[in-house]
Design a protein around this ligand. Structure first.
Ligand code: ZN
Ligand code: ZN
Length: 353
């Protein structure tokens, strides 16, 4: 089978490799679509970041490894102990492979597992014609959810978790800073959770249009005027109850502080690689809180339900559909060359593109 195998930094190869065997509690999936995540670009250009440098304690995997974790497909084989999943099921997966026995796993806090592994980073992933995963990771998708839509279940689960971590209440005002792939999903998840208004802040015009199209009430360009004041004027001076920082930068964090009001919550969704300075005095005086979020625990059912009933729309976010052979040139390298032009590129290992 054909697969995109990560061997090292800027050394990704489309190779013909043997199909993986199916263990007794495992499921083999023919991949329909796999989305390119920002983390795939990071692993390609600057990795290894999350890819283990030595064999992973739970999966035993390190490089060479097949990337790809945002995917959908059909079940083509199941191990002899598999009961819940059947041949022909249309599926996606929860990408977290956890040990099940550490103190966090015993409390169901799987994203905090002490030996956590992610499919496509510490387990062979889905930029490949076939992927084999443990049965417990596999989730069936409703008929109303296309394979393209289901490939967004993973980033949408991240977005749903961000909203949960914000403790957003029905009627709250939410502000999303950064309308990239995650920001656009967070904005829709916040709406689905009952936010009365959702504002978005985004410098790229095309992304602002998309934010508007996907339900933002007002969209602001951070370079134009005082966005904090603009939002204050529209909220009787109260500003946002919650802000989602979906960039991971100092300026985006500063914006999140400005657009929120007293007792607000700021969720750091973006992965900041550099330290960020925090104006504690401004947080202190207003009893503002900050939190982080990583991965997901039990957010997939909500994500799949939102996709099925149309509360979250992802089709406008698909910027390109390509074949696995073009993964490097028309996928990763394009996203590096012109990051402003792409929201999500879907890759078809089986030639659907
Ligand atoms: Zn991802
Ligand atoms: Zn664990």
């Amino acid at each position: 089978m054909k697969a995109a195998v990560w061997h090292g930094r800027e050394d990704l190869r489309i190779e013909d490799i043997p199909e993986p065997p199916v263990g007794k509690d495992q499921v083999k999936i023919r991949v329909r679509w796999c989305g390119i995540c920002g983390s795939d670009v990071h692993e390609y250009r600057e990795g290894p970041m999350i890819i283990p440098k030595k064999p992973h304690p739970l999966t035993g995997k390190s490089s060479p490894i097949i990337l790809g974790h945002e995917f959908s497909g059909d079940v083509v084989a199941v191990g002899e102990e598999v009961r819940r999943i059947k041949l022909g099921d249309r599926v996606t997966i929860n990408c977290l492979i956890y040990c099940g026995s550490c103190p966090f796993c015993l409390q169901g806090e799987y994203n905090m597992c002490l030996r956590l592994a992610t499919v496509g980073l510490a387990w062979d992933g889905a930029f490949s014609e076939f992927v084999v995963v443990p049965e417990f990771t596999v989730l069936k998708i409703a008929d109303a959810v296309t394979y393209e839509m289901a490939s967004f279940a993973e980033p949408l689960a991240v977005a749903v978790r961000a909203v949960k971590r914000s403790r957003l209440k029905v009627g709250d005002t939410a502000v999303v800073v950064g309308a990239g792939p995650i920001g656009l999903l967070v904005l829709q998840a916040a709406r689905a959770a009952g936010a009365s208004r959702v504002f978005a802040v985004e410098p790229i015009p095309g992304r602002r249009d998309l934010a508007k199209q996907l339900g933002a009430d007002v969209v602001f360009d951070p370079a134009q005027g005082d966005v904090g004041k603009e939002i204050a004027e529209r909220t009787d001076g109260l500003r946002g109850n919650v802000a989602f920082e979906c960039v991971g930068s100092q300026s985006a964090f500063d914006m999140a502080v400005r657009v929120t009001g007293r007792r607000a919550m700021i969720v750091m969704v973006g992965m900041a690689m550099k330290p960020i300075e925090v104006p504690f005095f401004r947080l202190w005086g207003h009893e503002k809180e900050m939190t982080t979020c990583t991965g997901y625990v039990d957010e997939y059912p909500a994500a799949l339900a939102f996709l099925a009933d149309g509360r979250v729309r992802v089709e406008p976010m698909v910027t390109a559909k390509i074949r696995l052979d073009d993964f490097i040139e028309k996928g990763l390298k394009e996203m590096i060359r012109s990051p402003d032009r792409y929201i999500k590129i879907l890759v078809s290992p089986g030639g659907d593109a």
